[in-house]
Ligand binder design. Structure first.
Ligand code: BGC
Length: 350
């Protein structure tokens, strides 16, 4: 079932929230602003629904607050060094919004767009579209972006990302939700366990830009191939963790991208009994333990204060700053070529 309601306004236009619910009463709220996942109410072992993502009660916080809460980010999710890249001999420079780098599409990335929505009641899905103009934020190519959210009756939220550009460009799209399976207002996420199908990761410099190295997870805190508590190695003496103040790294899935979404990550919370399985066809995931989530000016839903490590992001994507490193994943999209990836967050009980 899909219910639409108004959620304030931006740019002098109304913002809407679409609430999709399934036969188990699981429901998700999605804003037309940034195609933002605002609420994700999932049943726990006590039979009760709890909202397992951070987010705000009002549109103003989404516009002014940082952290890209729940938003779809792009046209290039993650960082591009000094906001510079070269494509076919042409140099491009992007808006610098993160120290010396460009992050998540620049000043007015996809997370700030008002998406148009087409409802599909039969599939319990909404198709959201936005346009990024040629040279907007410095990127070449007028790009049509289409994000489809589907809520299934077996408690899975499926997100399909499609895009096409009229000129050769670069692209990296993801959803920036912050998860805590006990509920966003329940404290540290370091007690959750995580398994990740990743055998290497990307170390960064102190501006969080890849050094260029692709490093094996063997013997490092980045080895999640066997499930472990997120907190297990969180405070260990590891230079890469220290630089980022926690996990804020791209981990590379074994074998790279796939034809169809496959199971790549499992997040578990013994307290609530919730399990979140992540299926994707993307080659990597940015594991981010909300190391900067501490903006006291923008409390979360119900007035709950922000706190570092109270949630974790699993941003399925391509490698950061790929365009500036040999041997990184291909993020170039040709004119007229279709970009098409899917990530599924599937919920179960332990
Ligand atoms: C980045 C973080 C950044 C966060 C919010 C994440 O994807 O990896 O470094 O602080 O987004 O902006």
């Amino acid at each position: 079932m899909i219910v639409k309601r108004e959620f304030g306004s931006v740019y002098g236009k109304p913002v809407y929230e679409y609430v999709l619910s399934n036969k188990n009463q699981m429901n998700v709220g999605i804003l037309t602003y940034g195609a933002t996942l605002r609420t994700l109410n999932v049943p726990g072992k006590d039979g009760r629904l709890t909202d397992v993502i951070c987010g705000y009660d009002d549109i103003k916080s989404y516009v002014e607050g940082d952290g890209y809460q729940g938003a779809v980010v792009g046209r290039y999710a993650n960082r591009i060094a000094k906001g510079r890249f070269t494509l076919d001999g042409e140099e491009y420079s992007l808006f610098i919004n993160n120290g010396v780098n460009s992050l998540h599409g620049g000043e007015y990335g996809l997370n700030t767009k008002l998406f148009a929505v087409c409802e599909n009641d039969k599939n319990n899905s909404i198709v959201m579209t936005a346009v990024l103009e040629d040279m907007e934020e410095g990127y070449p190519g007028r790009m049509m972006v289409e994000v489809t959210y589907t809520l299934t009756d077996d408690n899975a939220l499926k997100i399909n990302y499609r895009a096409k550009s009229d000129k050769k460009t670069i692209i990296n799209l993801t959803n920036h939700s912050y998860f805590n399976l006990s509920g966003y207002a329940s404290g540290s996420v370091l007690y959750h366990t995580l398994r990740l199908d990743a055998d290497s990761y990307i170390p960064t410099d102190d501006t969080l830009i890849p050094t260029g190295e692709i490093k094996s997870v063997d013997g490092t805190p980045f080895d999640f191939r066997t499930e472990k508590r997120i907190g297990q190695d969180f405070y260990s003496e590891d230079n890469d963790l220290k630089i980022a103040g926690g996990y804020d790294h791209c981990l590379n899935f074994i074998g790279g991208e796939t034809e169809e979404p496959v199971l790549r990550a499992e997040l578990k919370d013994a307290k609530s009994g919730r399990v979140m399985k992540v299926y994707t066809d993307q080659p990597c995931v940015q594991l981010y333990t909300a190391n900067f989530m501490n903006n006291s000016a923008y409390p979360f839903k119900g007035g709950f204060a922000q706190h570092t490590q109270n949630a974790v992001c699993l941003e399925t994507q391509h490698m950061p700053d790929s365009i500036n490193h040999d041997g990184f994943t291909n993020v170039v999209l040709d004119a007229g070529e279709e970009y098409n990836y899917t990530t599924v967050f599937a919920f179960e009980l332990m």
